[in-house]
Design a protein. Structure first.
Length: 130
């Protein structure tokens, strides 16, 4: 099993602990994780190449985790593409983060967490059912 994790590129440093928790839980459950923003770097004029590579990576994954404690259009595009390919989508956000109606509307599972322990337990519960 492989999970594509969609995160905001700009806010990567601010979500380090959350992303470490997610990848650790996935690893414990035997799921490999792929974080596009950590694997690739594109120039502004390489947007077509970037999206082609993202779509290929999503296609090679079993499901997508949309980590959206801050709104990012790219996460919604990635989640929509995954959903269109018939892949389950997990929407994750902190309880104090602004709600995304679009991500919520296409997600198969939602995790609205209070702290890292809450995030870990809720993710384990979902991964065990996938």
């Amino acid at each position: 099993m492989k999970a594509y994790i969609a995160i905001p590129y700009q806010g990567r440093k601010e979500i380090r602990e959350e992303l470490d928790t997610i990848t650790s839980i996935l690893n414990q459950c035997g799921v490999s994780s792929f974080v596009f923003a950590d694997q690739y770097s594109f120039k502004a004029e390489e947007e077509k190449e970037m999206m082609q590579q993202a779509m290929e990576a999503i296609s090679q994954s079993d499901w997508l985790i949309a980590f959206a404690s801050e709104k990012a259009i790219g996460i919604g595009i990635e989640a929509g593409y995954a959903k269109g390919k018939g892949k389950p989508v997990i929407y994750i956000r902190h309880i104090e983060a602004e709600h995304s109606t679009t991500l919520s509307g296409i997600s198969d599972y939602q995790i609205i967490y209070v702290d890292l322990q809450d995030l870990a337990q809720k993710l384990i519960d979902i991964v065990e059912h996938l």
